[in-house]
Design a protein around this ligand. Structure first.
Ligand SMILES: NC(=O)c1ccc[n+]([C@@H]2O[C@H](COP(=O)([O-])OP(=O)(O)OC[C@H]3O[C@@H](n4cnc5c(N)ncnc54)[C@H](O)[C@@H]3O)[C@@H](O)[C@H]2O)c1
Length: 269
């Protein structure tokens, strides 16, 4: 039976890498994103390669939209086997300078998007009973502290602990669903241009002063670091392998494990 994979934030970067890999593995893929043009392009590209694809414009911060994604997936393909809660955005300035709109936007996509995905898909996966996988995209910044990317880090730490809880609770229930949390370092994607998808309702009202301190994603070096980062294709290979091996924490950049160890040691001290 052909497996069905649903990917949010599929139209660009890591999501596109996952979609291409799953399609190449012979799966049916459901592409969910807010960015219509790039979503249509990926849909056409994958279909041209012979893949079975369904593209659904979806704002993951909206519970009804994610519920609709689940309904349409089941209507079209009758099952779901892999859910990648991957859509994400970043917005950077010192944490006390963020507006409420900044908090609502970033937490809405990065954390509520994952929450909506779990609420819509887990009950359907449980009812289905087939072997299923949920891959939540966090970040190495979901495992460390320090300055910069405050809202983003809050959201990604939330995704990590949400994934840990989900995995343990599903295991206690002996459910046929494995959970994975993806924690990459720099990957060459469009994440530094996240504002392209910021909704009008969550734009900042006044012309903002520039951040009073430099933050990582806002820094001149960020684009250079990103250009030296991993390709989405390589990240997708890590994810595919983790699904095969049942690996929970997906580390794409093992050199960053030292940061996690250092944080844990500070906590324990
Ligand atoms: N690029 C990196 O260095 C890096 C590192 C660690 C984690 N991540 C995470 O990887 C994930 C994918 O990001 P990326 O780096 O590929 O960036 P990207 O900007 O290339 O892709 C993100 C996708 O999410 C979509 N999106 C934005 N808001 C959305 C919404 N409300 N609903 C649905 N889709 C929405 C965008 O249209 C885009 O297609 C994010 O969760 C990000 O936080 C990225």
């Amino acid at each position: 039976m052909q497996k069905v994979a649903v990917i949010t934030g599929a139209a660009s970067g890591i999501g596109r890498g996952l979609a291409e890999r799953f399609a190449a593995e012979g799966m049916k893929v459901v592409l969910a994103d807010v960015e219509e043009e790039s979503l249509a392009k990926l849909d056409a590209d994958l279909k041209a390669e012979g893949a079975t694809v369904l593209a659904i414009k979806t704002d993951v911060s909206n519970a009804d939209a994610v519920e609709n994604l689940a309904v349409q997936t089941l209507d079209a393909f009758g099952a779901v086997h892999i859910l990648c809660n991957n859509a994400g955005v970043v917005c950077s300035r010192p944490i006390w300078e963020h507006t409420l709109a900044d908090w609502e936007w970033v937490l809405g996509v990065n954390l509520w998007g994952v929450i909506h995905g779990i609420r819509a898909f887990v009950p359907r996966m449980l009812a289905q009973g087939d072997a299923c996988h949920i891959v939540n995209t966090a970040s190495i910044l979901g495992l460390v502290g320090g300055s910069g990317e405050g809202i983003y880090k809050v959201s990604k730490h939330g995704v990590v602990v949400l994934s840990e809880t989900l995995a343990d609770e599903l295991a206690q229930k002996e459910a046929n669903i494995q959970v994975h949390v993806l924690c990459p370092g720099w990957v060459r994607t469009g994440i530094l241009d996240s504002a392209r998808n910021r909704p009008d309702t969550l734009q900042n009202q006044k012309v903002e002063a520039p951040p009073s301190q430099e933050t990582l994603a806002g820094s001149r070096n960020a684009r250079t670091e990103m250009e030296a980062g991993m390709s989405p294709k390589e990240v997708a290979a890590h994810v595919y392998n983790a699904i095969q091996t049942g690996t929970f924490y997906i580390h794409t950049h093992p050199e960053h494990k030292a940061w996690v160890r250092e944080r844990m040691e500070r906590i324990l001290e």
